[in-house]
Design a protein around this ligand. Structure first.
Ligand code: FAD
Ligand code: N01
Length: 565
């Protein structure tokens, strides 16, 4: 039964590719922040656990996304683990928004400090996870031919971990170098002296373009949909900023956990805190003043300028127009500025971008913007990109074309639950989960920040910690009560799905063709996948479920299951 630290099946530690079977209480898939924290907490329960990770190192997102300019857009004092007071005191960030190498260094520090590596197997991609109902075990198969048996399987596989190349005719015929921002070469890329194309203008491109423009001889940006972007106002971390955070980290973290986005907006800073008033309740001058102040402060707190920007179209229009006015102010060529102005979806309903000198970059003589709405791409050719107005030659093409988000990574794994139920079939019309944590028909299989939880709408480290903490409590409860299986009921899953859907439809999010809606992947169901209820509300909902004896879940012991047969 759950609770022994010794492997119960197999008893052998499999080496890569040796075809043997290893048994653990828990197999975790993925060594990003989610998988690492899960492993750390599982050790407290005395459970044997192993992480299987496709990469050669820890860090997940920050291992893969090494493109120039990559950095977080949640301030680093908050985009970091809160579980260890010592860790958060000893680590110092060098900037307000740390760059990828520093976040990756932090992930490695966490792995070393908590001695995680001994239970992580790198270069191991999980290809299948099948539930053996009789044995109440998950059988996990890898690309190296290994088999692992585990009582529990935790998918810490990430929401943005399957990079997506565009389906453009002739893509593979191109003879120059190609890159995807989500799979950037570890050794870096020097674009000096090169003619470079960038396809895509989402968050990744908006961070990368200003940096690449400084290197490339000529940079051509192919834009299909313009994005709203707010200046980050990034800068060096100062003792004046870091000090108050470190001296009151605990209460600040506690407060952040109750916030809608899991981010604590400093209440003492009028340009950063949530302004709890409708944009329509103030005069035009006051609105302009508030937006100007937030634009100057920088970052995603722009969307907290008023309390109804994401629910009220009229309010949203004022914020959208303000950002368009800024673009027109910054970009000197009016025609280019107009192409860069988003007009056909509300601000914030595609993930808002945060930049350093993005719009300014279009004033450089070596940067050119191609409006794909006017002249769509016809094909990638051996020499470059052909749009309806002709072919352009490039030495390199950078695909900044995003991810098969939230479900893509899980759907790549052949996950099968009771009676062979395939996750791919279950989710054919969109993801169905209970609390974004589990699925009916897949007992003892957990997701960290799964669809149906706040996940990508939040400071994801806060959401990761909340999910892991909740799961650890659930496992401890099972351990204490001799329970061997946990699984949501179909009813609980359906009603949670309705709740997630209704919450999404109360907002403007559903008006945009975003990856939140699955719109960036051909054939993917259009469903608003994350839960918009807010991190604080969601935490309460999860806690209430636990307090009511795991309402909506069926908990069974092996003995009871056998007696029932
Ligand atoms: P990931 O970090 O994605 O880790 C998942 C791991 O699972 C990966 O290492 C992957 O290799 C592994 N894996 C997947 N499938 C398999 C398999 N079949 N077998 C074995 N291993 C597998 N969030 C924020 O809150 N704030 C930010 O500022 C922010 N910035 C971001 C910037 C970028 C460029 C991107 C892409 C995302 C950003 N995010 C941000 C979201 C970010 O993904 C999360 O914050 C967080 O890092 C996710 O951690 P994770 O452990 O859940 O998943
Ligand atoms: O991906 P995206 P991303 N032809 O999907 C375009 C997080 N993140 O990697 O909008 C031409 O946002 C596509 O155009 P359209 C964050 O959560 C955070 O940039 O579909 N263009 C779009 O412009 C973010 O939201 C940070 O019309 C094509 C772009 O490619 C998420 O990761 C930094 C195309 C894809 O944009 C994903 O961001 C980076 C085609 N065939 C990432 N196909 C932070 O700052 C796609 N596009 C914290």
């Amino acid at each position: 039964m759950l609770g022994t630290s010794t492997p119960q099946v197999g008893q052998v530690q499999a080496g890569k590719g040796d075809g043997r079977t290893a048994g653990y209480d828990v197999i975790i898939v993925g060594a990003g922040f989610g998988g690492m924290y899960m492993l750390h907490r599982l050790r407290e329960l005395g459970l044997s656990a192993r992480i299987l990770e496709a990469a050669t190192g820890v860090g997940g997102t920050w291992y893969w996304n090494r493109y120039p300019g990559a950095r977080c857009d949640v301030e680093s004092m908050q985009y970091s683990f809160s579980f260890s007071p010592a860790l958060q005191q000893e680590w110092s960030w060098s900037e307000r928004f740390a760059a990828q190498p520093e976040i990756l260094a932090y992930a490695n520090h966490v792995a070393d400090r908590f001695d995680l590596r001994r239970d992580i197997q790198f270069e191991t991609r999980v290809t299948a996870a099948h539930y053996d109902e009789k044995a109440n075990r998950w059988q996990i198969l890898t690309d190296g031919g290994e088999q692992f048996l585990a009582r529990f399987c935790v998918m810490a596989t990430g929401c943005l971990s399957t990079a997506k190349l565009p389906e453009i005719e002739g893509r593979d015929s191109y003879k120059g170098a190609t890159y995807h921002t989500g799979y950037w070469p570890h050794e870096g890329v020097d674009f000096t002296g090169l003619r470079v194309a960038v396809i895509g203008t989402g968050s990744s491109a908006i961070q990368a373009i200003p940096v690449m423009a400084e290197q490339a001889t000529h940079l051509t940006v192919f834009q299909r949909t313009p994005n709203y972007s707010i200046p980050s106002r990034n800068g060096p971390m100062t003792p004046d900023y870091e000090g108050p955070w470190k001296s009151s980290y605990e209460p600040r973290r506690a407060k952040a956990r109750t916030m809608r986005t899991g981010i604590l907006y400093d209440a003492s800073d009028a340009n950063f805190g949530i302004n709890d008033v409708s944009a329509m309740a103030v005069s035009e001058e006051e609105r302009r003043r508030v937006y100007e102040a937030r634009w100057e402060t920088g970052g995603t707190s722009f969307m907290a300028a008023f309390n109804d920007l994401i629910t009220n179209q009229a309010s949203n229009d004022t914020a959208s127009e303000f950002v368009r006015s800024k673009i027109r102010e910054i970009v000197k060529d009016p025609a280019t500025a107009e192409i860069l102005c988003p007009k056909d979806y509300p601000i914030g309903t595609k993930r808002i971008c945060v930049d350093t000198n993005y719009f300014e970059t279009y004033n450089r003589p070596n940067v050119e913007l191609i409006d794909l709405k006017a002249t769509p791409i016809e094909a990638i050719t051996p020499r470059g990109v052909r749009t309806t107005d002709g072919e352009r030659e490039f030495d390199a093409i950078v695909y900044a074309t995003g991810f098969d988000a939230m479900t893509g990574t899980l759907m790549k794994i052949d996950i099968r639950g009771r009676k062979g139920l395939a996750l791919r079939d279950k989710w054919a019309d969109g993801p169905q989960t209970y609390l974004g944590l589990m699925c009916a028909g897949l007992p003892n299989l957990f997701m960290i920040t799964g669809p149906g939880s706040p996940s990508v709408l939040s400071n994801m480290i806060v959401s990761i910690e909340q999910h892991v903490d909740w799961l650890i409590d659930a496992l401890a409860h099972m351990q204490k009560n001799g329970i061997t299986t946990i699984e949501p009921t179909a009813d609980a899953e359906v009603s949670w799905g309705h709740h997630v859907n209704e919450a999404g439809h109360r907002t403007l999010y559903v008006k945009a063709a975003s990856w939140y809606m699955g719109a960036n992947v051909a054939g993917k169901p259009r469903v608003f996948m994350p839960y918009i209820g807010g991190v604080g509300v969601y935490r309460q909902e999860c806690d209430e479920v636990a307090a009511k004896g795991y309402e909506g879940f069926v908990l069974t012991s092996q003995a009871r299951a056998e007696a029932a047969e």
